[in-house]
Design a protein around this ligand. Sequence first.
Ligand SMILES: Nc1ncnc2c1ncn2[C@@H]1O[C@H](COP(=O)(O)OP(=O)(O)O)[C@@H](O)[C@H]1O
Ligand SMILES: [Mg+2]
Length: 251
Amino acid sequence: MTQAVLELRELVKRFGGLAATDHLNLTVHAGEIHALIGPNGAGKTTLIHQISGAIVPDSGRILFDGKEVTRMPMHDRVTIGLARSYQITNIFNNLSVLDNLALAVQARAGSSMRFWRPVLSEQSLFDEAYAIARQIGLGNRTGFPGASLAHGEKRRLELGLALATKPKLLLLDEPMAGMGQEESAGIVPLIENLRGKVTVLLVEHDMDTVFRVADRISVLVSGRIIATGTPDDIRRNPEVKKAYLGDEVIA
Ligand SMILES: Nc1ncnc2c1ncn2[C@@H]1O[C@H](COP(=O)(O)OP(=O)(O)O)[C@@H](O)[C@H]1O
Ligand SMILES: [Mg+2]
């Protein structure tokens, strides 16, 4: 049986009379890129926030790596391997790309080791930071301050900061939002490159990207998952077509 990294059981989150998450069940398998799609207002961001710990569900359970995390604070979830892509506001503008990444690596190493042990040596810290910089396509920008980066480069660095925590599960909520076409196109191979290295739950509205990178797709409508399956399953699912995809042509 495939191992579940994340299991959501009968999750409910209400805002006043509105059930933004409505008895939702979802399983994310180890190693997969799992895309979450659905119309605006379907509850995608609300769901990601419950998984990251930014908001607490009203009822139901969240199991991560077999452990109950439903009410665990966000920073504790990060230390057990649950990362969301950081916001641009988490980037230190006056520090170089490399120093930003080294700090994130340091934060992980420091929190996962006993306090009287030395954290990673400075050399291995920066080796790892360099490796991540190359992985996110910023290998030639390592000496540049955060503030000097273009918008798309900042979004790449956010991804790098999340990867520096060595997550078991990476949550990406619209990683290409606000990017131009060229910048967006550059992110797709980065996500594909994560396959097999880190489990990814990806919210993305660009259907070409979703159907290209996802191993499995779940369709969220009005707080409920109406279908989960391979891109082919989802493409052919009549209920999905009716509720969401409509006549949209999917490559
Ligand atoms: N903090 C909040 N307070 C009240 N309603 C909210 C809040 N956050 C989201 N909602 C509502 O919950 C529903 C789901 O929103 P959201 O999770 O942002 O959807 P999506 O990310 O799929 O577009 C929407 O109707 C939205 O207006
Ligand atoms: Mg959203």
